[in-house]
Structures are given as C-alpha cells and as structure tokens.
Design a protein around this ligand. Sequence first.
Ligand SMILES: [Zn+2]
Length: 303
Amino acid sequence: MSATLYYSGLAVDRVARRRGDLTWVGDLLADPETAVIPMWRDQSLVAGGVPVRARQELAADLGAAGAEPVLLGLYGGHGVFAIDLSEHSERDAIDLAGADAVADTRSLVATLGPEECGLLAYARGILHWHRNQRFCGACGGSTEVREAGHLRRCSSCTKLLFPRIEPAVIMLVELPGNPNRCLLGRHRGSGPDRFSTLAGFVEIGESLEDAVRREVFEEAGVRVDTVVYQGSQAWPFPAGIMLGFRARAVSPEIDVDNAELLDARWFSAVELRARMADPAAGGPYRVDSIGRFLVENWLADNG
Ligand SMILES: [Zn+2]
C-alpha cells in the first residue's frame, strides 16, 4: 500500500463518552482556545483561499440566535466545533465567519494537507446530516439535537436518529494473464477518453462482496470471483463511505450496460502508466480519490 487516502486517519479525539455532558461541552465551547469551523450549504468559508477557523465568540453569538454548534472533538488538545451558517445568505455567512469567499471543500485539497481536509470533510458531512434530519421520518415531528450534535431525537415520538452513512464499493477488477490487465470504464458524463475504476452503492440485503460482484456484472458484464478488501475512505460528499476492493475476473468478455458505463477496456500496467502520465488521455486521478489509491497499488504490484 503506497498512496495516501484522503479524509481518513484523522487524528481527532471524538470524545464520545463526554458528548452527553452538557456542562463539559458548554465549558469547552467557552474556552478561548476552542476553534469553530463555519460552513455554508456544504461549502467551506475561506479567507485568502485558506479555510476560516472562527473563534468561539462566533458560536456564542450564533448560539444566542438559535444555531447549534456540533462538537467534532478534540484536535491537538483543543476543542473543535462545526457550525452551520446555511440559514444565512451567502454574503451574511461570509461576513459572520470573517471570510472573503466560499469554496468547494474538495477544491482545497491542492493547497491543504490530508489532515486539514479530513477535518473539513467531517464538518461538512455532519452538518449536512443535521440539515436533512430536522424532522422525524416516522411521525413527522421536529427533532432536537443531543450528544453535542451526534444524535437527534424526535420531540414527539422520541425516535433516535443517528448520523447515517451510505456505503459504496469501488473496485479494481484484475484479469490474470501475461501480463495481468485491469478493467477501467468510461462513465456517462465523463470525458471522451476518460477511464476510471467501477463503483456503486451497496444495496439492502447484500454483503460488500455481493455488491462488488453485482456492480461489475451489471455495468460491465464481467463475472468476478475473488474479492479482496483494500481499504476504505470517508466520503462525506455528502454522506458516503467508499470501500475499496480488488476483484478477480473469471473471463475477459465485456458487455457494458450503456447506462452508467459507455465503454470498458482491459489495460496492462504499461498502458495504464502511459495514460496516467498523459493529460490528453484523461490525466492522473484526483489526488484525493480512492480510485487513484486502487490503481497505484495495482501498478505497484505489477511493476
Ligand atoms: Zn417521531
């Protein structure tokens, strides 16, 4: 394993045992060393291109107006909260946060390290969840924040709502041979010569391995047998986790679905290295994608 997996391995202490202690959480929020990450409608607030870390005064001001900061945890020994400014206009959110612009969180990976990006992604994901769970799915009652933002409870029927993550599998399919080759597909909506790993959501009633086998057959018409786990990546864009696998094909026949996939081909390591070095052939994968991690690990094993 060589490539870095972004949004993973975050060195934050999530203090799960203390989230329910309102006094402790309140004291932490009032601590001058505590930082607050403001977000606006899934976007980061930046000043000079750098994400803003507001002081706790922002949380106190907004708290008085009804906003509820979410405790991300302790980072470097200090409290870190996230706060959602989505109720405000873009201009007001920028002013409140002391920022000068909003920015797509993933666009910041080029200038920030994996740790900082991981913290922003965590903030983005949990605030997105809150915005979409304000009402109970069972009775329609309004829900209230508990556990410093890691639980919501229906004020009517008391149903508990926990932050929800949607699992997706992403897989590099290998065809054994001399040389080994791997399957990449051209997805609907991507560039004319842009090939990448296959992926799809896990459905109810199937294991991760079932999902890998089903997705590869549905999209590319390729049967696989062995499925080996490679690693996972938090993907709060908005609510996913990507589970990476390497799968072994049992035959080279391809039959793309022409729905999600428009084309799929087998590539040798030599061909794939040439493509990754050539921007005209789609260029390298984004630095923060687990697809890149899967491809680079496969290339390392097929040097
Ligand atoms: Zn309810």
